[in-house]
Design a protein around this ligand. Sequence first.
Ligand SMILES: O=C[C@H](O)[C@H](O)[C@H](O)COP(=O)(O)O
Length: 259
Amino acid sequence: MRTMAISPQSPPSSSSALPPPSVALTQDELKRIAAYKAVEYVRSGMVLGLGTGSTARHAVDRIAELLRRGELSGIVGVPTSTQTHQQALALGIPLSDLDAHPSLDLAIDGADEVDSHLNLVKGRGGSLLREKMVEGVCKKFVVIVDESKLVPYLGGSGLAMPVEVVPFCWKFTAGRLRQLFEDAGCTAKLRTFPETEKPFVTDNGNYIVDLYFKKDIGDLKVASDAILRLAGVVEHGMFLDMATTVIVAGKLGVEVLDK
Ligand SMILES: O=C[C@H](O)[C@H](O)[C@H](O)COP(=O)(O)O
């Protein structure tokens, strides 16, 4: 794995919108710096996977800005959620889908956790299924995060590891998921809206069960296979061996981690 440190004072090209170096950077500014750096990988004529979330949003904005300025042309975007679809549509980015473009040049997306092998947790925004479909067929998958997303092991943030499940008997599926990881002190919770307690429904009409672990779950491939073997599970938010590059923006600079 190659590591390259770049000072935040050396921002991505044409980045007049970035804050001056002396200003303390907010988390959102760090996300934007990572996103702008990732857009430097985009070339005219590419078919691009457009990620979802507060970090990916900056990349989509930046791509649209470069298209407007004529610094990029011939881009086709494949959005990973209805949210990103709407954003890209409003910005005038030409869009398509996997049926028309079963192989993509590049995808840029955020992540909830990144471990030292560039394995990811994704889906805290609920878009994991479409993200995994799109990002699984990209020649290059660039992940953009601020430094708070780095973890010693997946699940290590103590926050949710999302699993998309069919609504039918979701309690049964949640129970089986919890049992799978009993040794890791797993709890499984249906994702709901706090105000109404109604279930969160994904773009695909499914529910999300969030898993929380007290300990490391061990072999991730074994865990992934076990989850996917459960009838009722559609997909999980572990993205193993998929990222080709992770761009980490931190207070001390930007790090580019290549697989
Ligand atoms: O479902 C959401 C996606 O996987 C996001 O890419 C992920 O949750 C990171 O989002 P954010 O950039 O907002 O932290």
